[in-house]
Write a new protein. Structure first.
Length: 148
């Protein structure tokens, strides 16, 4: 089994931890790190986040793409995404916790600065004219912020 870790940028530093974990759990696995992919047709599974657009189509024998990020915006914007390859979203308590912290941190920062950073279709605004209690209630209602 050959697994490709295709996470250029910030997450590239996590490759050694993924390699250690997978080689311990799956004897005989070969773990490659992008851009040192070897022969593209040998790749069976891809761990990806913020890959180069069009790169995932290079692996004709890929059986699954494991998306390591919380959001899939980058993935679905790739017009060359191989539609026949299943995409697996990883759910991890650590990722959920860090994304919750990230959202709350942005909410507090923008509420303090008074800048309007974004207005979503839900009507939730961050920044000027921002209601902290309304924002938190909206995050909890949409299950973006845990109540425990």
């Amino acid at each position: 089994m050959i697994v490709l870790y295709n996470c250029p940028g910030m997450m590239s530093e996590d490759a050694p931890q993924w390699r250690a974990l997978l080689t311990r759990l799956v004897p005989g696995i070969e773990f490659r790190v992008w851009p040192d992919i070897g022969r593209p047709e040998e790749i069976e599974f891809i761990l990806a986040w913020k890959h180069k657009p069009g790169d995932l189509k290079r692996y004709p024998n890929a059986k699954a793409i494991f998306w390591l990020g919380a959001g899939v915006d980058h993935l679905v914007k790739d017009s060359d995404l191989p539609r026949q390859v299943p995409i697996v979203r990883l759910v991890d308590d650590g990722l959920t916790r860090s994304m919750t912290e990230y959202v709350v941190q942005l909410q507090v920062r923008d509420a303090r600065s008074g800048e309007v950073v974004a207005k979503y279709s839900t009507g939730l605004r961050m920044g000027a004219n921002y209601s902290w209690s309304r924002g938190v209630r909206s995050l909890m209602k949409n299950e973006m912020l845990a109540t425990e």
